[in-house]
Design a protein around this ligand. Sequence first.
Ligand code: C2E
Ligand code: MG
Ligand code: MG
Ligand code: MG
Length: 292
Amino acid sequence: RAKESGRNTFQFYTPDLSVNVLERLQLEMDLRRALAQQEFVLYFQPKLDAVSGALTGAEALIRWRDPRHGLIPPNRFIPVAEEAGLIEPIGQWVLSEACRQLLRWQALGVAGLSLAVNVSARQFKQADFVASTEALVRAGGVAPALIELELTESMLMSDAGQTAEKLHELKALGFSIAIDDFGTGFSSLHYLRHFPVDVLKIDQSFVREMFDDAAALAIIDAVIALANALGMGSVAEGVETEAQRATLREHGCRTVQGYLIARPMPSDEFVGWARAYRAGLAADAQADGDVD
Ligand code: C2E
Ligand code: MG
Ligand code: MG
Ligand code: MG
């Protein structure tokens, strides 16, 4: 199976996975059970307008609540799920659950948010990816315009013809397309011209180093300029300090996401956070109004 997916497969063999075969089999079995027993859970991390501070959306991030090992982060099981052929059902669960939560938030008065969902390479490669994504989102009662699909550069680069077609179909259905971890893969500017991309997500490694490495800041600057020039949005991920946020805003970055604003949290906590955050913004605006 590894051979089939070709050149890009090596990237799934991260150090985390260099466990022995037995451990690997056990993990696969556990993942199958997790799917059947609904042990996966989505956490949500807010995204803010860099200038106004308005809460504009959230990113859905999967975790696995393993009864024995507790909360397991995605980097520990998504690559194995891909290898084991379990990523399609997991990806489908993620989309349905994301829609379900978005509707719940709306019902609870936390409206006007878009929701970003991560898509794995193998999932995107499925011939029926577009149809099944549309069907799931429609069944979930959510307008595709509220869903932002996060893809990575390497996914876009392999099989460019197929990719372009899928992206145009998704676009036509109303979905937004973001390129995640932008700047860490082998991207080609050519694709940015021919693929209907809406958003570039600046990888957190650049943000982390922006004050220590002049090149990192230069790349951030270039990516933001590129996004602006092409009429795309820009999201900086991994924003942890006020200084990073201020500099990103000064450099024209549109959206910020990171621990500075909030860590990813379970849905109910997210609703509480969003309400309090919006109330705080409204109170600030009121106070500003009183001063003027
Ligand atoms: P990603 O999509 O690039 O997500 C950003 C990661 O950075 C998340 O890790 C998030 O919790 C973390 N993060 C956010 N803000 C900060 C910050 O200020 N500082 C630091 N150090 N980290 C921050 P997480 O949740 O562990 O997810 C890791 C990766 O797993 C994701 O990277 C994504 O590629 C993948 N993933 C997550 N959920 C899903 C999913 O539902 N499906 C698929 N296929 N992949 C997923
Ligand atoms: Mg992402
Ligand atoms: Mg990312
Ligand atoms: Mg990442």
